[in-house]
Design a protein around this ligand. Structure first.
Ligand code: SD4
Length: 291
């Protein structure tokens, strides 16, 4: 099965994000705008507890955000551990387009946002996030749990009609993480990697497990050596399982597209799904998994 153009996004919330991205792509033909605008929908979704400022906070009760955007020509921009910004993906885009750098973090990223005219938002938690934070504080135990709300970062990868690729990834990271913790999503090659010569990949799940194997870069390099997107995702999961202890508690999932419009997905555990949008419309697909 091959599709061009093609958009893939992680999890159910990928559906409205893809709808928006598809509309932007059709109207403008600009794939980078499409993947930015698409995930902005998720950044504003009040129901989502792991993307945007309404996501679950760190253990100090502060929401801190990570995001990345990349084009297949090697251009990329990312922000990590940024506060008070409603659209970290747009800030990552500014890092890509307006600075000589790839990554800005923390207070420097926030200062850059102010300089670029981004409004500073309140850090008051949403009622749902506040309730869950208060509940968590009773025991203050951090243990990743497979497929609960703290595993639904949005990663989006797309292939345009012209054969060019782009991707985006944005998250509030793991719920109740240590202050300053950065996941895979803003690390180029971990949460996202795009190369017009080969294809694109993105990741969701426990960031530490994904960083450890350079997951998205690994998948693109495996495709470069001739694996299909599906085979590449499966090999990345095999590698991730080999390099992480307590795998029963770790969920991670990968999506990949190659430049011919073939695609694949694979996860450690059942429950990972993704939204797929192409000329015949959009659907939600359950990923296969190792266990
Ligand atoms: C992280 N990968 O910060 C993110 C969290 C995630 O789906 O993907 N949730 O580790």
């Amino acid at each position: 099965e091959r599709f061009k153009p093609l958009l893939l996004s992680t999890w159910n919330h990928g559906m409205p994000a893809n709808d928006r991205a598809w509309e932007v792509l059709n109207r403008t033909g600009n794939l980078v705008d499409a993947v930015e605008e698409g995930v902005k929908v998720t950044e504003l979704d009040m129901e989502n507890l792991s993307v945007g400022l309404q996501g679950l906070p760190d253990r100090e009760g502060i929401p801190t955000l990570d995001a990345s955007i990349m084009k297949g020509d090697g251009s990329c921009g990312t922000v990590a551990f940024v506060r008070q910004v409603k659209h970290p993906i747009s800030l990552a885009r500014k890092v890509m387009d307006e600075t000589p750098h790839v990554m800005l973090a923390g207070e420097g990223a926030r200062q850059f946002a102010i300089a670029q005219g981004f409004p500073m938002e309140s850090e008051k938690l949403s009622p749902k996030a506040e309730e869950m934070y208060q509940e968590w504080k009773k025991t203050s135990q951090y243990k990743p749990v497979v497929n609960i709300e703290n595993h639904d970062t949005i990663g989006m990868i797309g292939l345009g009609a012209d054969g060019k690729l782009a991707g985006s990834c944005t998250t509030s990271g793991l719920a109740f993480k240590m202050h300053g913790r950065v996941g895979d999503s803003p690390i180029i090659g971990a949460g996202l990697f795009v190369d017009d010569e080969v294809g694109a990949a993105t990741a969701t799940g426990l960031g530490e497990s994904i960083i450890r194997i350079c997951g998205s870069f690994l998948i693109v390099e495996l495709m470069r050596q001739g694996r299909t997107p599906q085979e590449a995702c499966e090999e990345a999961v095999r590698r991730l399982i080999a390099k992480n202890k307590d795998i029963k508690d770790i969920q991670a999932g990968f999506l990949a597209i190659n430049k011919d419009g073939e695609y694949g997905a694979y996860a450690v555990h059942p429950g990972f799904n993704f939204a797929r949008h192409h000329k015949n419309g959009q659907d939600l697909v359950d990923s296969k998994s190792k266990f």
